[in-house]
Design a protein around this ligand. Structure first.
Ligand code: ZN
Length: 396
């Protein structure tokens, strides 16, 4: 995630802190200072840091169980609205999703249970106030963890409750259908939050908006993955594209953007693929280092080559999470295609425009693909010949 500072690494998972949290620290520290001077500021900062540590443990709970069940975890990011554990892929076995989902809130319940005997008072939900000594600090920590536990069970994506609802529904129906129902429940709740929030609390409005779009995003990912499930890269990739020589200038590449309608270009030295250069790479390089810089200095040479028979749903997720624009499709060390978001979205556009019965029946009509057509960019743009004047109208 952009604007995130790396704070550590656990079990191969990068831990990040979003910079906006520093603002939250400053605000709450200031509020503590206004209330009780330096002592108040110290307690307030200790509270924010400890609650964040509990949120981090919650996300680690999800992540470590996910790893045990074979789902890779890319990172954990702490944001002012909570923590986000970025899983590589959504677990599709309902019991796996249930286990991963429950492991987060269970950590908060456990923290509350461990601290409770030291507070000497009854825990109260949503009662989070500025601490002024150790006992009020511990009581607030218990209340905060119980609140996190309960709040996360609201059945709305991207809260844990939404995932739990989906997983339970998926025990008795298909995964995409369960996702649609869970997302709809989440969106109805989100609208409710916004309406209630408009009257009582801005915070609730923000959470409502966040949930509404979270639910929509989750549904879209699952729907897309369902449509891409039985496809392999070769069936959707671009086969007809232009490549650039390493010595071509970025300006030449940018001209090819409008001449060909292509945004990303493989850079080839003869038969050897050196990398891929995107329109944005070329624009940035042209602006910073001049239009005559060769594309070889603007390209990305670290992109993983895709074998043509890779499952498209897996590649789609990698492209989304890693932010790849285009990936080269390579067979026997030879470039045979180019896969971009554009290919995938055009495929989805075509499929969504067809009646269900006419959609591509996966695996049924796999015709051998035609060989790719790879053209080099012409060395120079061909100037247009001056327009010949129209013949004079014949006298009538
Ligand atoms: Zn969670």
């Amino acid at each position: 995630m952009r604007w995130s500072l790396k704070i550590g690494r656990v079990s191969g998972i990068g831990l990040y802190l979003h910079v906006t949290l520093l603002l939250l620290f400053a605000l709450i520290g200031y509020a503590g200072f206004v209330e009780m001077g330096t002592r108040g500021a110290v307690w307030a900062l200790a509270l924010v840091a400890s609650v964040l540590a509990c949120i981090l443990l919650h996300e680690l709970g999800h992540s470590l169980i996910a790893q045990r069940l074979g789902v890779q975890v890319r990172s954990i990011t702490l944001l002012p609205i909570g923590g986000v554990a970025a899983l590589k892929g959504i677990p599709e076995k309902p019991w796996h999703e249930i286990a991963i989902t429950l492991s987060g809130p269970t950590i908060n319940l456990a923290i509350a249970a461990v601290l409770l005997p030291f507070t000497g008072q009854m825990p109260r939900l949503f009662a989070i106030s500025m601490p002024h000594d150790l006992s009020s600090f511990l009581a607030t920590m218990v209340n905060a963890n119980l609140t996190l536990f309960v709040f996360n069970f609201i059945p709305a994506f991207p809260m844990d409750g939404g995932r739990l609802l989906r997983a339970v529904l998926a025990l008795v129906m298909s995964f995409p259908r369960a996702t649609v129902i869970a997302a709809t429940v989440g969106q109805v709740l989100a609208i409710g939050f916004v309406l209630v929030g408009l009257k009582f609390s801005l915070w609730l409005v923000i959470i409502g908006v966040f949930i509404f779009f979270g639910a929509e995003g989750e549904e879209k990912v699952v729907r897309t993955r369902g449509l891409l499930r039985d496809l392999v890269v070769e069936e959707v990739m671009a086969r007809d594209f232009v490549v650039l020589a390493p010595t071509a200038t970025v300006m030449r590449g940018l001209e090819m953007v409008y001449h060909t309608g292509q945004d990303d270009f493989p850079v080839m030295d003869g038969d050897r693929l050196l990398g891929i250069v995107t329109r944005q790479d070329m624009l940035d390089t042209a602006n910073q280092r001049g239009p005559d810089t060769p594309v070889v200095e603007a390209m990305d040479s670290e992109l993983p080559p895709l074998p043509p028979h890779t499952r498209l749903s897996d590649v789609y997720e990698t492209m989304m999470t890693e932010g790849y624009q285009s990936l080269p499709v390579v067979q026997d060390d030879r470039l045979i295609g180019l896969l971009s978001h554009d290919n995938i979205s055009r495929y989805l556009l075509v499929q969504s425009g067809l009646k269900p019965a006419r959609r591509r029946a996966a695996g049924r009509t796999r015709t051998p693909a035609p060989p790719p057509v790879i053209r080099d960019a012409p060395p120079v743009a061909v100037p247009r010949s001056p327009a010949t004047p129209p013949p004079p109208a014949s006298p009538s």
